[in-house]
Design a protein around this ligand. Sequence first.
Ligand code: HEC
Length: 291
Amino acid sequence: MAAAVDWSKVEAKKVTLLYPAQSSWERLMIRERHSGGPRFRDGKNCFACHGDIDEKSLGMALVNGEKFKEPAPVIGKPGFQEALIKTAHDADNIYVRVEFDPGKQPDAGQDKDYENKVALMIDDGGAENGNRAGCWTACHDDVQTMGRGSEKIPTKYLMQTRVPGGAGRLFDPPELDKMKADGKFLEYWQARITPEGKAVAVDGAVLDKRTDNTETAVKAEATKNKAGVWTVTFTRKLTGVPGHKDIVPGKTYNVGFAIHTGHSAKRYHYVSYERTLVLDSGKADFVVTAK
Ligand code: HEC
């Protein structure tokens, strides 16, 4: 279990998550709306322009933003959230530990059951642009609560599940099944923290929609210290888990983090730009070493 890891020996990485409002993939690709759009298409990644640079200022601008960016602001919500993230593994498991202080958060009243939730999405090359745009590859304008959203599309999805030029039409089920079997999906973990401070783990995949697994392979633990700082630790088997990505040395994974605070739900979260993760050795934001 996670308790076996001596976390005091693991270096933490600070990740600043920003409040994205309705900044969908589609909106960010419009030159008039986002000067980074054309440059992204030319090959520059989101992190290269924004990462560890302007999460705070952009988040603050967006949280109370102009009407078309944030039509339904949660009054008094901070624009960004910092987190300290540590990773480790042993013979069987990978551990991801996220420490964050929600600070003073207004009650958004959206998720009555859970005040705080921590999530991450993992790509291993199967999601188009997952390596360049992280979570934004699944963040679209026609998803519920987004700019052109409706209840018809309640969750995030990958564009590669839509027929090109098909006005949102999905590929047929056998083709979607093949994508899933070929690993062309984002893996998703979430820890929902109960009022008693227990973590409820949820995992699943994002493909044509977000699907939660009926049996979760991820364990989550949460603790809060006297200062109000939460520590959430995820544990998952490294390999051999059906419907999950094998985490093996020599391969680069892309991860994006999200934190919901103040009883918020859906898009009212904080999100990180894309980060990289490798097992044992290599060049990445998170080099997950054996403990
Ligand atoms: C070439 C640099 C560059 C790249 C690449 C880039 N951006 Fe930006 N981004 C900017 C700049 C500059 C702004 C400030 C506002 C503007 O010019 O549109 C901005 C603004 C934003 C905003 C605030 C939007 C708003 O409506 O105010 C968000 C969110 C954002 N970028 C996310 C992203 C994401 C996600 C990606 C990758 C898909 C990305 N950016 C790629 C330069 C970049």
